[in-house]
Design a protein around this ligand. Structure first.
Ligand SMILES: [Zn+2]
Length: 467
């Protein structure tokens, strides 16, 4: 049979860790890359971004993205810069978000290279960016939007469909269907699994079926606390009463919109008094516009609120800082105030200059609302570091550091299991990906225990034959 080709899967990222998602599906001589993410965090991980391409571009026929987060999409301009010209499939929401995210990521890469050259701290002379803004622009021209209800043939004999997973706008799990030994087989990658009953976006859909399943495990060993909104309310109240600064490093996409939505809800309910909220991230500002426009993804409450004469994604007293000058001017403002700025793990972006300015001040509270990967400044702060290095200086930490896990965009163990229960029959094999080892190992154990499924924790570069 023409379509009956040998198939395999190789884990080129997000195996043994949470970043660099890249799963290479081989079908005969053709290859499809599911996600094309950047490694982030520890230096040894980031160095993988600079290693020779792990993919033979002459065989790569298609790239499929589960969602727009940089650890799933941010390596795309690198392969495009090296000559990839094929299609990149993604949902319409993801395509729109990438339009702001990839140029921004490229801009950061270029800035980092310029900075390294100025300070002379690169081993290479001159230091080059991993990719350029032009590579990012070229990547965007390769995008092929795929609607959630659609099925498209990505290479001959291999069909793609998405199903909704919450998480962030446009996020989907990816299912590939193809013939093997005369039978229809399916490979599914959960992508980043979102949560149930969260604001703004619809809940994850039932998964359906898969012969081979890749399941993320970021919080495979954790249960999110229920009372995160109440905690946020108390922290904001305290900030308002004490005239302090609440500095929130937040992912521009998803987390920022959740926070602003929740703050607005609490203001409208009279639970907190409106204090200035500075949204200091051009990307977050643009992403918020994209969130508002994609009304088909809104859940019932968001749709209802949007129908009235107000914007649920804007707090009562919100200031948008677009230019670098507006961003720097925030340093002069005394509290009470809230600053929401990217990046979410304090690995780069404008939040660094806010941290540099506010960390030495005991009137500041730094609130970590997302997963802080190993090796990031966010993780150091979370672990109680007394000082952190940033922008070439050692900054003492005198601010209060608080952690709120409940705003995570990732399913916790219970929510992962809830999604897995929607499978009509057990996959032939389930691979645990996208987790640090304790989380992945624990999830594997629980699935074996409760579901009796065949489960394996994926290893970096491991090849799994699909037979
Ligand atoms: Zn994600």
């Amino acid at each position: 049979m023409a379509n009956d080709k040998a198939a395999s899967l190789q884990f080129l990222g997000a195996a043994g860790g949470v970043t660099g998602s890249k799963f290479l599906f081989s079908h005969g001589d053709d290859q499809v890359l599911i996600d094309c993410g950047l490694f982030q965090g520890l230096k040894e991980l980031r160095q993988r971004n600079w290693a020779p391409l792990p993919i033979n571009l002459s065989r790569l026929r298609a790239v499929i993205l589960t969602h727009a987060h940089i650890d799933h999409s941010g390596y795309l301009p690198r392969i495009v810069g090296k000559g990839y010209k094929g299609p990149v499939f993604a949902t319409p929401g993801t395509c729109d978000l990438l339009g702001v995210m990839l140029p921004d990521a490229a801009h950061l890469q270029e800035e980092e290279a310029r900075y390294a050259n100025r300070k002379g701290y690169s081993k290479h002379s001159p230091a080059l960016p991993l990719y350029t803004v032009e590579d990012a622009e070229r990547s965007l021209r390769l995008l092929r939007p795929v609607r959630l209800e659609e099925s498209v043939e990505v290479i001959k004999g291999v069909f793609l469909d998405y199903s909704r997973v919450g998480h962030i706008l446009g996020a989907g799990s990816v299912r590939l269907s193809f013939q093997l030994n005369g039978q229809k087989r399916t490979l599914m990658d959960s992508g980043d699994l979102g949560r149930y009953d969260r604001p703004i976006l619809k809940d994850p859909e039932p998964a359906g079926n898969a012969d081979w399943l890749l399941i993320e495990s970021t919080y495979g060993n954790r249960i999110h606390p229920k009372e995160s909104e109440g905690e946020l309310r108390n922290i904001i109240k305290e900030t308002a009463e004490q005239g302090g600064c609440l500095l929130i490093p937040a992912f521009a996409i998803g987390r920022t919109q959740d926070l602003v939505y929740t703050i607005r809800k609490m203001e409208d309910a009279g639970e907190i008094r409106p204090i200035p909220v500075y949204l200091d991230s051009p990307m977050a500002i643009e992403a918020t516009g994209i969130y508002s426009r994609h009304s088909a993804e809104h859940d019932f409450e968001m749709a209802q609120l949007s129908n009235h004469d107000r914007n649920p994604l804007r707090s009562r007293n919100m200031v948008l800082a677009k230019s670098p000058e507006q961003s720097k001017a925030i340093n002069n403002f005394k509290g009470p105030l809230i600053i929401i700025s990217a990046s979410g793990m304090a690995t780069g972006g404008r939040v660094l200059h806010h941290l540099k300015h506010r960390l030495p001040n005991p009137d500041t509270t730094v609130l970590l609302v997302g997963y802080q990967a190993e090796g990031t400044r966010g993780r150091l702060l979370q672990d109680g570091a007394k000082d952190v290095k940033m922008l070439g200086e050692v900054i003492p930490v005198r601010a209060k550091i608080k952690v709120l896990d409940g705003f995570s965009a990732h399913a916790d163990q219970g929510e992962i299991l809830r999604w897995l229960r929607t499978f009509k029959k057990p996959p032939r094999m389930t691979y645990i990906v996208h987790g640090e080892p304790p989380a992945s190992n624990m999830l594997a154990e629980v699935i074996r225990d409760q579901f009796k499924w065949k489960v394996e924790v994926a290893k970096h570069q491991q090849v799994a034959p699909l037979v």
